[in-house]
Write a protein that binds this ligand. Structure first.
Ligand SMILES: [Zn+2]
Ligand SMILES: [Zn+2]
Length: 236
């Protein structure tokens, strides 16, 4: 998904550049409805941020049972963020909707392989933050919902909407939920492609808390695991 998304991002970037779509995209940002603001917070509270447009119609609330998401939680020593079947709850949104306000020095990044997604976390308490592609051009950030702090009295379900897809259940621990998909269904893959295309046209890849605006490189050098380190973290 990473390289396909990167190529798609580059292609749409060129189309925008030559067609003058930059201006309408900028206008769109000012004509949208009032943005909601939601707090982001690691478990210990040292790393904090805000998110805008965290709402059911602005992203996808999913649970991923894949072996890589489970390995990430185990790398962090945070199996507690996984559900009983090893699932990670994620809200898929845009990098431009996320910002870090406090404790940015605690931001860390790892990859399960040199071609894997960038997996961001708070080094202070090893709270998972988000998964992104390796390219700064891709308008995608899968925020692990344990990093989202709903307003007092509001549930995550109310804020994010119900879980719309349970994916990659072939890696689930024990018996997965009956409504979980073994892999990622084509219909959901197409939904992601649409999400990426709309995000690219609207210029939602940046600003990003994860990539330098000028160099487009990760703001923290990712730690890349060796195959042996990665395999030791995967479910058996
Ligand atoms: Zn922390
Ligand atoms: Zn996953």
């Amino acid at each position: 998904m990473d390289s396909v998304a990167s190529r798609l991002a580059l292609a749409i970037h060129h189309v925008r550049a030559v067609s003058g779509l930059m201006v309408p995209a900028a206008c769109l940002r000012y004509t949208r409805r009032m943005a909601t603001r939601v707090d982001l917070r690691c478990q210990c509270g040292a790393l904090r941020g805000v998110a805008t447009d965290i709402a059911p119609d602005q992203g996808m609330h999913i649970v991923c049972y894949c072996d890589d998401c489970q390995a990430f939680a185990r790398f962090l020593g945070r199996d507690d963020v996984l559900d009983a079947s090893g699932g990670t709850a994620i809200f898929q949104t845009r990098p431009a909707h996320l910002g870090i306000t406090d404790g940015g020095e605690h931001l860390r990044c790892m990859r399960l392989s040199d071609k894997g997604m960038l997996r961001w976390y708070a080094g202070c308490c090893r709270t998972p933050i988000a998964n992104t592609m390796s390219s700064a051009r891709v308008p995608f950030a899968g925020v692990i919902t344990s990093f989202i702090a709903p307003p007092e009295g509001a549930s995550k379900e109310k804020l994010l909407g119900p879980v719309i897809a349970k994916l990659m259940a072939k890696f689930a621990l024990g018996q997965p939920p009956v409504d979980a998909h073994t892999t990622t269904p084509v219909s959901f893959g197409l939904r992601i492609v649409k999400f990426l295309v709309v995000g690219l046209v609207q210029g939602k890849a940046s600003p990003s808390p994860f990539f330098d605006a000028h160099t487009r490189t990760p703001v923290v050098t990712p730690q890349v695991l060796s195959p042996a380190e990665r395999n030791a973290l995967r479910p058996t």
